[in-house]
Design a protein around this ligand. Structure first.
Ligand SMILES: Cc1ncc(COP(=O)(O)O)c(C=O)c1O
Length: 430
């Protein structure tokens, strides 16, 4: 059954394939469940149907096979990238430039040149979103030079969105609240309007609209709504003098809840739009609306399979596994919690119902508590994965970390000499 966030628990279907993958490829490993990606993409399309432009934020998971799955033909998703590296990953996944949008907090001149060059070659990106007037000035300079050095004009202008800092207080972890005033993300309304005034006629560029992203893992719709309201109002004002300025990209941020959490589904966010649009005169509304979610599309689909290394009595049961902050840094970075389930207990496969310790009969470490503090293998005490209900475990047992498809593999590291991990994709017929 789908949860509050519209996504279903697939543990029952995946426990067997995860054990098989661990036996074949070793642990730790990332596993991606294609059916979960498909379901999330459908849910998103239902909430934001065409003609919404749906761009997958590749930063959530940049494994080319995953990008290709998310953006497969027929799903109607393009790719939103933040660097030339992600752009190359999207191209490797088979996505053409006209379905790729480039944003990113720290674009270098080389990044900007690449975007201009693609337009000059007649294969422009969908758009580039700029973060500051400095960046817009640099882009205009590069596009202007390309025009002089190359043909009489760029065959196709490079379309540009300007990122607005909506100055809202998002309902999320401080580290994910990028739309807060004073943050390093985007421009103030004044800066953005000045940027439009200065560069509306810049050769080779076509200023098309506003980009807003209030934050990630939003626990409520309020800040999202406020951010969009500001974006719409400013876009409406600017459109009065610049008819082309007709696009509003409202960013990502749709949350993925744990089993014990209630979070709004994409459809709940989408319900805010009609009323917001009504407040703007019809001829000042955006002609194009876009979203760029990352986490929602891939988080649920991803699992990390790990193996138990130590089980000790330390006041309670302490379990150390071979997966940790090198594979999933979110707990160490933001205090994020990822539920952990057992795939085997004392060497025997466990099914759906016994994968947590609820009602379990001991820990394997000399106490009768079903809870365990789980730690990763890295030489940092912040490499801790929290307290979980788990059945009896011993060295060699398999566990799985849930909802690990977003901001895990793409944030992985080789600290402590750890190799990059295998990534397995599961396609089940059922
Ligand atoms: C500008 C921008 N858009 C989209 C996203 C994707 O956010 P999420 O994965 O929460 O949907 C992010 C995440 O950091 C972002 O910074």
């Amino acid at each position: 059954m789908p949860g509050e966030d519209g996504q279903e628990d697939r543990l029952g279907a995946l426990a067997g394939p995860m054990r098989a993958a661990a036996a074949r490829f070793g642990t730790p490993l990332y596993l991606t469940d294609e059916a979960a990606i498909e379901a999330a993409a459908e849910e998103l399309r239902g909430a934001f149907p065409d003609p919404w432009i749906r761009q997958y934020s590749v930063k959530a998971n940049d494994v080319p096979a995953v990008i290709a799955m998310v953006c497969a033909d027929g799903r109607g998703l393009g790719a939103n990238v933040v660097s030339r590296g992600e752009w190359a990953a999207a191209r490797n996944a088979g996505i053409p430039n006209d379905r790729i949008s480039l944003e990113g907090v720290g674009k270098t001149d080389a990044d900007l040149r690449s975007a201009v060059q693609a337009a000059r070659e007649g294969s422009p990106l969908l758009w580039i979103a700029v973060e500051s007037t400095d960046e817009l000035a640099a882009l205009a300079r590069i596009a202007g030079r390309a025009r002089v050095a190359g043909r009489a004009d760029l065959p196709t202008p490079l379309e540009v969105l300007l990122r607005l800092n909506p100055e809202v207080a998002p309902e999320t972890h401080d580290s994910l609240a990028v739309g807060a005033g004073g943050s390093k993300f985007g421009m103030t309304e004044t800066e953005l309007s000045e940027g439009v005034d200065r560069f509306a006629a810049a050769p080779g560029l076509r200023l098309r609209g506003i980009h807003v992203h209030v934050g990630s893992q939003l626990g409520a719709v309020d800040a999202w709504r406020d951010g969009i309201r500001r974006g719409l109002a400013l876009l409406g004002l600017i459109r009065g003098g610049l008819d082309d300025f007709d696009t509003l990209d409202v960013g990502g941020g749709f949350p993925v809840g744990r089993a014990d959490e209630t979070v709004p589904a994409p459809a709940r966010f989408a319900r805010e739009l009609p009323d917001l649009l009504e407040t703007i005169p019809a001829d000042r509304r955006p002609r194009r609306l876009a979203i760029e979610p990352g986490r929602y599309l891939v988080a649920r689909a991803g699992w990390i399979v790990g193996r138990v290394l130590h089980v000790r009595a330390r006041g309670g049961r302490q379990v150390v596994i071979d997966a940790g902050m090198a594979e999933i840094i979110r707990p160490a970075l933001y205090g994020a919690r990822h539920d952990i389930v057992a795939l085997t207990s004392l060497g025997r496969p466990v099914d759906d119902d016994r994968s947590t310790g609820a009602g379990g009969s001991g820990s394997g470490a000399g106490d009768d508590d079903s809870t365990a503090e789980v730690h990763g293998p890295i030489c940092e005490s912040t490499d801790a994965l929290g307290t979980h209900d788990l059945p009896p475990l011993r060295r060699g047992d398999l566990v799985a970390i849930r909802d690990a498809g977003a901001y895990a593999a793409s944030l992985s590291m080789t600290y402590n000499g750890r190799p990059r991990r295998r990534h397995v994709v599961v396609r089940l017929d059922a």
